[in-house]
Design a protein around this ligand. Structure first.
Ligand code: AMP
Ligand code: MG
Length: 328
């Protein structure tokens, strides 16, 4: 069985082809880039996705060495995400169901978790899911991926990107912050953990103020990473201890950050927990993760009628029935 998955929740239009065994046959993408100084403009990102859709689908099929006639299921990112972007993916997916009647809608956050489990071999991890728009500490319990902690305002990637934008970097700003941080020194910043939840936006504002007052950008890049990552690791450690689990999976676009990986390695070593990071190719938004979650969704018996297919821009991770896991 082959599934073609379409990712289109935000900046990335991605198309992947994955088989039933979890082999990734292709994973192609085209990423919308906003103009310097701007964040994502949803309508423009949606327009970008519509424009590139056919060519990314074609590239993905070519790379996999298959045609639409070989595809058994089409999966799309049903949410959460930006409505104009989600619509672009939905429309392309529905159009492609003329080749195969089978359509499934996938939760984007669940797809980040499942591609992480597939590629790292972890079975029952506490998941640190850190991307542009989302930041959640998640683990499986009784049929769902439950959120044990999450951001109360922006996602971790967006927090870093927003600070980066204020100091004149181009999108994606966070990897550039990672480089600049190598030459920075610690400056004291607020640390905002409330129970199991996190708040990033006030810290970003504080960093912007310090920058305007003349603090060196390298020092701010170093310190914003130290403080935001420490908050995240603290909450993950508490979830790990409380749940009595012994694996940690780092997934989502920010998982590519070496300093964050290092902090998790130290915490997990001290706790004797296994720690794995999703491979870079699957860290940011991508079509293969939607295709793999599509296979799992389809095999668990869920389907969407193409005539009634919709988007769920605010669909939470913990609202999804995880029909493919009985017991782990
Ligand atoms: P996603 O939404 O999962 O595609 O992830 C995109 C987010 O990951 C953006 O906010 C990027 O700035 C961020 N990101 C990518 N590479 C890194 C990195 N090396 N360090 C921190 N954040 C990163
Ligand atoms: Mg994402």
């Amino acid at each position: 069985m082959l599934c073609l998955g379409i990712e289109s929740t935000a900046h990335t239009f991605g198309v992947g082809v994955v088989d039933e065994m979890g082999n990734v046959l292709s994973n192609e993408k085209d990423v919308y880039k906003s103009k310097p100084g701007w964040g994502i403009i949803p309508m423009e990102a949606g327009k970008h996705h519509r424009k590139v859709a056919d060519s990314v689908v074609k590239q993905s099929l070519d790379k996999a060495g298959v045609s639409m006639d070989d595809i058994d299921v089409v999966a799309y990112s049903r949410g959460p995400g930006l409505p104009p972007c989600l619509h672009a993916g939905l429309n392309k997916a529905v159009e492609l169901t003329k080749f195969t009647g089978n359509l499934v809608g996938v939760n984007h956050c669940v797809a980040h978790i499942e591609i992480g489990r597939l590629t790292t071999g972890l079975k029952n991890p506490v998941v640190s899911y850190v991307s542009g728009g989302n930041t959640q500490i998640i683990s499986f319990a009784e049929g769902r991926y439950r959120c044990f902690g999450e951001t109360m305002d922006v996602g971790l990637g967006n927090a870093l990107d927003k600070f980066g934008r204020a100091i004149g970097l181009d999108f994606p700003q966070a990897p550039k912050i990672e480089q600049l941080a190598n030459n920075g020194k610690w400056v004291n910043l607020p640390y905002v953990v409330k129970g199991m939840d996190l708040s990033f936006s006030g810290i970003v504002t504080e960093c912007i103020k310090r920058y305007e007052k003349g603090e060196k950008i390298e020092n701010l890049c170093f310190s914003i990473q130290e403080v935001l990552f420490s908050m995240l690791v603290e909450v993950t450690e508490r979830a790990l201890a409380h749940l009595g689990k012994s694996e940690v999976l780092l997934t989502g676009g920010v998982a590519a950050n070496k300093r964050l990986q290092e902090m998790y390695e130290v915490m997990c070593r001290e706790r004797k927990a296994k720690f794995k990071v999703v491979p870079k190719e699957f860290a940011g938004d991508n079509g293969a993760m939607i295709a793999w979650a599509g296979i799992l969704t389809y095999k668990s018996g869920q389907r969407i009628n193409p005539k009634k297919a919709d988007i769920l821009p605010r669909w939470r991770t913990d609202e999804v029935e995880i029909g493919w896991i009985r017991k782990i």
